[in-house]
Design a protein around this ligand. Structure first.
Ligand code: NAD
Length: 319
């Protein structure tokens, strides 16, 4: 039985990953410090199913708590803890991004050196690429992030690679492309659009809504993450959904699924929001056997249903 550490275990993707690992029979230690990027009550609720399935949990802040014994007997580290989000990474809050992304990753990498160098899987982001002007991103592309968040993720990739080159840590970075599904962070576009449509409230689209993404359903992202832990090959992979779609196409799905029209208000596009990001999945298909299974309409149906079943979401929707 493998022992896995999942950082950011109470977050959107981390909580799904814990559940998937436990369902495979792995022993899982989750770590999170319930940062304030959204309400800690949501994060605690995210953990409920994993705790019921046997998750061992420690409330630790990777930026300053001692990590010496954390990795004892750990075979694989899944490092998902971070300060996510592009728009808020400008200005004063950059300090949070520097500490929760860079400093936390460096401290965790140091801990791996003292713990027999477990496999290290790092949650990176498509934000490292910047705006690709319609061309699918390849892992070998020059990185040109257009937000401070993207820069911290690119720097973390470099950092894990330094520990690979110099200390022989077995690392892999996964560039997730906009992940969605139940428990999505409440400020992310689909989560906030669904809340607004269910409430009959206006929703805000930054830009013209033609922004194109390879939206990734969360269970597909998890499948790639677990597959990457089992390899010792290439250090970086794109992880995305199969087809690209615009924000307006996604909103049309939500209207159909909720049975209500969206009241769309347009606002000027946000700094650092790349207009078009799509992924080349050749390397992930070849090495990880990755094949995204959930189409946008299907995945949004699950997210809308989960929001309709969740009393907190509904209460916020009508507030
Ligand atoms: N959601 C996406 O679309 C997406 C896309 C690309 C990359 N990512 C990356 O995937 C990872 C997970 O993202 P998410 O959407 O689930 O975000 P999330 O905010 O829901 O989860 C991150 C978790 O990390 C925890 N955390 C942050 N700093 C910590 C610290 N110093 N110590 C302990 N815990 C800490 C937070 O409390 C939170 O629960 C992040 O690294 C993010 O950058 C996400």
């Amino acid at each position: 039985m493998r022992r896995c550490l999942v950082t950011g275990a109470a977050g959107f993707i981390g909580s799904h990953l814990c559940e998937a690992l436990l369902a495979r029979g792995d022993r899982v230690l989750g770590v999170d410090c319930f940062t304030d990027n959204y309400e800690s009550a949501r994060k605690r609720a995210n953990l409920a199913d994993a705790l019921a399935a046997g998750l061992e949990f420690r409330g630790l802040d990777l930026t300053h708590d001692p990590l010496d014994t954390l990795l004892e007997e750990v075979d694989i580290v899944f490092h998902l803890a971070a300060q996510p989000g592009v728009r808020t990474s400008w200005g004063e809050d950059f300090d949070l991004y520097a500490r929760r992304n860079l400093v936390a990753t460096q401290r965790l990498l140091e801990a791996t050196l003292k713990a027999g160098r477990p496999r290290f899987v790092f949650a990176s982001s498509s934000s490292v690429y910047g705006d690709l002007s319609g061309r699918p991103a390849r892992e070998s592309d020059r990185l040109a992030p257009v937000s401070p968040y993207g820069l911290t993720k690119a720097a973390c990739e470099e950092l894990v690679d330094v520990y690979r080159r110099v200390h022989g840590v077995s690392v892999v970075s996964l560039r997730y492309f906009t992940v969605y599904g139940p428990r999505q962070r409440p400020e992310m576009a689909f989560a906030s659009f669904i809340r607004a449509v269910l409430a009959g409230a206006p929703l805000c689209v930054f830009g013209d809504g033609g922004q194109t993404r390879n939206f990734t359903y969360v269970t597909d992202a998890i499948a790639a993450t677990i597959a990457a832990a089992e390899l010792s090959t290439e250090p970086v992979y794109n992880v995305s959904g199969e087809k690209s779609a615009t924000l307006l196409e996604a909103i049309a799905h939500i209207e159909r699924l909720a049975g209500r029209p969206a009241l769309i208000r347009f606002a000027p596009s946000a700094r650092g929001d790349a207009y078009r990001t799509t992924a080349d999945l050749t390397a992930a298909r070849r090495d990880l056997g990755y094949s995204p299974e959930v189409m946008l309409g299907q995945g949004l149906a699950r997210q809308v249903q989960a929001a309709m079943r969740n009393p907190t979401e509904l209460a916020e929707a009508v507030a």
